[in-house]
Design a protein around this ligand. Structure first.
Ligand code: NAP
Ligand code: HSE
Length: 431
C-alpha cells in the first residue's frame, strides 16, 4: 500500500469540521482520485477542550507550528490574519502546499504568498476564499487564462443578498431584514464585515487580481456597504424595472483596473438580478468566451468544504505525479484606479418645489458637470413625505459618467435652495 499524504488541518469550525468529515467519509474515493491515501495528522484549534464530534480527539492540538512542519499539505480554515499568515508563510517557504479559504489573509498577501509558493515549488490553492462552493477562482486562474477578461461582476456576499432580497420582496427596512438574517443564522452577531462590504471587497480584490494579472489588495477596493439603503431606494429601483444588489465590480479602466463594491440598481433583465436569498453569483465578460455566469451557494460548512476538497485533491495529485500550478500571475501590473475616474450610470432622486423652471434648473446642474441625462421622471409626494413645500420628486437616470462628475452634481444639488434635503443616488450596473 502506498504511503499516505500527511494533511494538517488548521481549524475545525464551520468549514474545518466539514473538511474533516469528507476526508473521513470519502477516504476510499479520495485515495482512488489522488493515487495515495490522505491522512489527517493533526487538527489545529484554539480550544483543545471543546467537544468535536466526528474528529478523533487524539488529533486535536493547539501546537500549530510542528503540525505544519510535519505536513505534506496544509489546509488553513482557521481564518484571521495571525497566526494563519505566519503558518501559511512557513509552509510555502518550505515547499509545503497550502489550501486556504481565508480571503481576508489572501486579499492583503496573495502576491507575496504566490512568490513564496513559486520559489519553493509548492501549490497555493484558494477556491473556497471566494463565493464558497462556486468554482470561480480556478476558472479565472486556469480555464480563462488564455482569454482576455474585460469585467468581473459578482454578488459575493450571501448575507447582504439575503437582506436586500427581504427588503425587496417583503418591504422590510434594513434593520428588520438584518434581524431576520441574524435569526436565520445568515448574519453574524457582529455583521459589520458583511453589511459594510468588507467581506465582498476582499473577495473582489482576489478576483480582480486573477482576472487582470495584477496585484490588487482588499484595502485598495472602493467600498460602500448596504446600511444606508432605504425602502425609498428599493421603490425607486422597482419603478425603473431594476432590483438592488450589493455588487463587486472589477473592470479594465484604460491601463488601470477599477475595483469597487457598492449597492447598485441592476436591471431585472440581467442574470444577476435573479440571484436570490443567500446565493452568490459571478458574471464574467471576456473577449473570446463572451458572457459567463457562475451561480451557487457562497457559504456554509459543507458547500465551502466542497471547494476546499477540490483543491486538496488537485494539490495532492500534483504531489503524487509531480509539478505545481503558478498561484497567480501579476505580470500585467495594472494599478487600481482612483474611484473618481471610474465610470458608470447613475440614478439620482431629489425633492423639489413644483413650480416653473425647477426642472430646467435641476437639469442645468447635470449639464454644468458634464453628466448627460438619459431619462427624467416626476412623481408627487403625499402625506409625511411632503415637507417644506417640496412636493415633487424628480428621478434622473444618467448616461455613463465619472464618479467625480457625479459627486459634483450631487454636491451642488444638495446645496441648492430649490432642492429638499433628501438627495439620494445609486449606481446602475449591468445595463
Ligand atoms: P470558525 O467556525 O470560526 O472556525 C475557525 C476554526 O479555527 C476553529 O476551529 C478555531 O478553533 C480555529 N482557530 C481560530 N483561530 C485560531 C488560533 N489563533 N489558533 C488555533 N486555532 C484557531 O470559522 P469558519 O466559518 O470555519 O471559517 C474558516 C475560514 O473559512 C475563514 O477564513 C472564513 O473566512 C473562510 N470561509 C468561511 C465560510 C463559511 O461559510 N463559514 C465560507 C467561505 C470561506 P476553536 O474551535 O478552538 O475556536
Ligand atoms: N459571510 C459571508 C457571506 C460568507 O455572507 O457570504 C463567508 O465568506
Amino acid at each position: 500500500m502506498s504511503e499516505p499524504l500527511k494533511i494538517a488541518l488548521l481549524g475545525a469550525g464551520v468549514v474545518g469540521s466539514q473538511v474533516a468529515r469528507i476526508l473521513d467519509e470519502q477516504a476510499g474515493e479520495l485515495e482512488a482520485r489522488v493515487g495515495r491515501p490522505l491522512e489527517i495528522i493533526g487538527v489545529g484549534v484554539r480550544d483543545v477542550a471543546k467537544e468535536r464530534p466526528g474528529i478523533d480527539p487524539s488529533l486535536i492540538t493547539a501546537d500549530l507550528e510542528p503540525l505544519v512542519e510535519a505536513a505534506d499539505v496544509v489546509i488553513e480554515v482557521m481564518g484571521g490574519m495571525e497566526p494563519a499568515g505566519s503558518l501559511v508563510r512557513r509552509a510555502l517557504t518550505s515547499g509545503t502546499s497550502v489550501v486556504t479559504a481565508n480571503k481576508e489573509l489572501l486579499a492583503e498577501n496573495l502576491a507575496e504568498f504566490s512568490s513564496l509558493a513559486d520559489a519553493s515549488g509548492a501549490d497555493l490553492y484558494f477556491e473556497a476564499a471566494v463565493a464558497g462552493a462556486i468554482p470561480i477562482v480556478r476558472p479565472l486562474r486556469e480555464s480563462l487564462v488564455g482569454d482576455e477578461v474585460y469585467e468581473v461582476m459578482g454578488i459575493l456576499n450571501g448575507t447582504t443578498n439575503f437582506i436586500l432580497d427581504k427588503m425587496i420582496t417583503s418591504g422590510l427596512e434594513f434593520d428588520e431584514a438584518l434581524q431576520q438574517a441574524k435569526d436565520l443564522g445568515y448574519a453574524e452577531a457582529d455583521p459589520t464585515a458583511d453589511v459594510g462590504g468588507h467581506d465582498a471587497a476582499a473577495k473582489a480584490a482576489l478576483l480582480a487580481g486573477l482576472a487582470f494579472h495584477s496585484d490588487v489588495k482588499g484595502s485598495q477596493v472602493f467600498r460602500e456597504g448596504i446600511t444606508g439603503i432605504t425602502k425609498q431606494d428599493i421603490e425607486a429601483a422597482k419603478a425603473m424595472n431594476c432590483t438592488v444588489k450589493l455588487l463587486a465590480v472589477a473592470s479594465i479602466n484604460g491601463d488601470d483596473v477599477a475595483v469597487k463594491v457598492h449597492p447598485a440598481m441592476v436591471p431585472l433583465t440581467h442574470p444577476l438580478a435573479n440571484v436570490s436569498g443567500a446565493f452568490n453569483a459571478v458574471f464574467v465578460t471576456s473577449r473570446e468566451a463572451g458572457e459567463l455566469m457562475f451561480l451557487g451557494p457562497g457559504a456554509g460548512g459543507a458547500p465551502t468544504a466542497s471547494a476546499v476538497m477540490g483543491d486538496v485533491v488537485t494539490v495532492a495529485r500534483h504531489i503524487v505525479r509531480g509539478g505545481s500550478t503558478p498561484s497567480s500571475s501579476n505580470y500585467r501590473r495594472r494599478r487600481v484606479s482612483d474611484i473618481g475616474a471610474s465610470r458608470t450610470r447613475y440614478f439620482i432622486s431629489l425633492e423639489v418645489e413644483d413650480r416653473p423652471g425647477i426642472l430646467a434648473k435641476s437639469a442645468t446642474v447635470f449639464a454644468t458637470h458634464h453628466v448627460s441625462v438619459q431619462t427624467v421622471q416626476q412623481s408627487y409626494l403625499e402625506g409625511l413625505e411632503r415637507q417644506d413645500g417640496f412636493s415633487a420628486r424628480l428621478g434622473f437616470m444618467t448616461h455613463e459618467a465619472t464618479e467625480s462628475d457625479l459627486a459634483a452634481v450631487v454636491e451642488e444639488l444638495r446645496a441648492a435652495d430649490f432642492v429638499g434635503p433628501n438627495v439620494r443616488f445609486m449606481r446602475i450596473e449591468g445595463s
